[in-house]
Write a protein that binds this ligand. Structure first.
Ligand SMILES: Cc1cc2nc3c(=O)[nH]c(=O)nc-3n(C[C@H](O)[C@H](O)[C@H](O)COP(=O)(O)OP(=O)(O)OC[C@H]3O[C@@H](n4cnc5c(N)ncnc54)[C@H](O)[C@@H]3O)c2cc1C
Length: 346
């Protein structure tokens, strides 16, 4: 939960309807509904991020989940399975490893912005607040949820903010987010068994990022939006600003650029898996070979090494970019590990 607790805007809402954010325990005893009843927390949508974090730690307490609050900096094969090295130098031997590291390491900055120094360019990933930009002019690039969130928070922080994006207009998701929550759960359960043609159609359809309607009042009428443009060139100016040339011939000079440009999921970008181990992991066929090829149980070609989260979102479908997918991952991985511990080969 480090991501949700420490790497998100603190006063933000969770987009998913709270009816679909229960974490998984074997008997479904510690659901969000029970948390709500026991703590008096209303299951309102949008659901506040701090309440979700509180639910997760309540869930962990009741399920005896223990943490080693350190980063894993190395994973390699060992005689008995795997050796995981942490940043303090601990070495943990494990027969099974589940890589569930979310979107970390995958923040995508488009080529036209990459030459800007980090003092002038920020990706939305990991931003907890935009207060440091107070009083500045800021261009937010993108038209999805993170762009709208960043623009809302920049406006609240007193910035002169403009959203610049390629689409002609923003695409708001439906007001009723129960159907999408239910659909994600069903897709998570069924995607692996979809016929190949149906999977191909899904894989080859670019995602239409959408914005949760609860963000409308924070942005509309408050933040300038310019659609139908892309950034042609971005340059740091001699006086420490950013000059942007736009595809419609206009230009902007701003103090800072926020890149709300999403994620590029790629196994090779994970810095903590050894080169030898990466080499041994069979990939999905071209052109999807940035993803590991996974079994029904999310196991890679290296026995005992599992992937969930974004890296499972090719083999197991788009729900694995969302909380709603996590349950299916747990339901598939845990019995598999229990089975192999008991010496039964599936
Ligand atoms: C701004 C934002 C808002 C989002 N809002 C929603 C939403 O409303 N609903 C929704 O369903 N999804 C949302 N998502 C997607 C969200 O990331 C996933 O739904 C969910 O968090 C996935 O859970 P996860 O466990 O796979 O990954 P995460 O929750 O990202 O957890 C991964 C964890 O791994 C840790 N980690 C990474 N590298 C290492 C390492 N080397 N060693 C040890 N730990 C490591 C990270 O610190 C992190 O805590 C949002 C994403 C973003 C970026």
């Amino acid at each position: 939960m480090h991501f949700w607790r420490n790497q998100m805007p603190q006063n933000m809402f969770i987009r998913t309807n709270p009816l679909y954010i229960s974490l998984s325990d074997p008997e479904d005893r510690w659901t969000i509904h029970r948390y709500s009843a026991e703590t008096g927390t209303a299951l309102a949508s949008p659901f506040p991020r701090p309440a979700f974090v509180d639910y997760a730690f309540w869930f962990a307490r009741h399920n005896g989940v223990e943490f080693t609050p350190e980063l894993a900096i190395g994973i390699d094969r060992s005689e008995d399975g795997f050796a995981v090295t942490t940043e303090s130098g601990q070495s943990i031997q494990a027969a099974h490893v589940i890589i569930a590291t979310g979107l970390q390491h995958f923040a995508h900055i488009p080529a036209e912005l990459q030459s800007l120094p980090s003092s002038l360019l920020t990706h939305t990933y990991g931003q907890t607040s935009f207060e440091r930009f107070r009083g500045q002019t800021v261009a937010v690039i993108g038209s999805g949820q993170s762009a709208w969130e960043a623009a809302a928070l920049l406006h609240q922080a007193g910035c002169d903010t403009e959203l610049l994006f390629r689409r002609e207009a923003v695409h708001y998701a439906s007001e009723d987010n129960t159907a999408s929550g239910q659909r994600l759960i069903e897709t998570a359960e069924q995607f692996y068994r979809w016929p190949l043609e149906q999977k191909l159609e899904r894989w080859n359809t670019p995602r239409r990022g959408s914005v949760a309607p609860f963000l409308k009042p924070y942005v509309e009428g408050k933040v300038r939006t310019t659609g139908g443009v892309s950034i042609v060139k971005a340059e740091a100016t001699a006086d420490g600003k950013v000059h942007l040339d736009l595809s419609n011939g206009d230009s902007r000079t701003v103090d800072h650029v926020v890149s709300a440009t999403g994620y590029h999921i790629d196994l090779d970008l994970l810095p903590f898996i050894s080169a030898a181990l990466k080499e041994a992991i069979v990939r999905e066929p071209e052109p999807f070979n940035r993803f590991p090829l996974l079994s029904e149980h999310f196991e890679s070609s290296v026995p005992g090494l599992y992937f969930t989260s974004a890296l499972a979102s090719h083999t197991h479908g788009p729900a694995f970019g969302f909380i709603a997918g996590l349950r299916q991952a747990c339901r598939s991985i845990v019995p598999r590990i229990a089975e192999s511990k008991a010496g039964i080969k599936g």
